[in-house]
Ligand binder design. Structure first.
Ligand code: THU
Length: 136
């Protein structure tokens, strides 16, 4: 879906401009596509109590979930990097909660260009997920 990919990166880039990152000064934006095609976005939100910081990807995913959607079709992340901005490990695990390993993750740079695309399963192989618990 090349069109939604382009729009997602644009929304992620715009969200990145609204990041609250006064401590790290490292801005990140993300956009998630739900399984019904709706788009949700987020930026990293830092806190004076540093550990309370929430990454852009999680802000976007939690916005999707708060809107009543539980499945991610694709996700775009852009950061203040020249190369691809990769999602942190915690965010990969949160993606895993709401996505299958095949979904594409588009990773972009400070100019809003997609640098690389990888499947979630490549970013988080051999992972733990909800089905481990649902068997109980
Ligand atoms: N950050 C994200 O928003 N997403 C990531 O995947 C990596 C890190 C944010 C958190 C913090 O505000 C800043 O980048 C520096 O770590």
């Amino acid at each position: 879906m090349p069109d939604s990919k382009k729009i997602m990166v644009k929304l992620a880039w715009e969200a990145m401009q609204r990041a609250h990152a006064p401590y790290s000064k490292f801005q990140v934006g993300a956009c998630v596509e739900a399984d019904d095609g709706e788009l949700y976005y987020g930026a990293n939100i830092e806190n004076a109590s540093y550990g309370l910081t929430v990454c852009a990807e999680r802000v976007a995913i939690f916005s999707m979930v708060a809107a009543g959607k539980k499945r991610i079709r694709s996700l775009a992340v852009v950061g203040a990097t020249d190369g691809a901005c990769f999602p942190c490990g915690a965010c990969r695990q949160v993606m895993r909660e709401f996505a299958s390993p095949e979904i594409p993750i588009y990773m972009g740079n400070r100019r809003g260009e997609i640098v690389t695309t990888m499947a979630l399963g490549e970013l988080l192989p051999q992972s733990f997920g909800p089905e481990f618990l649902n068997d109980k």
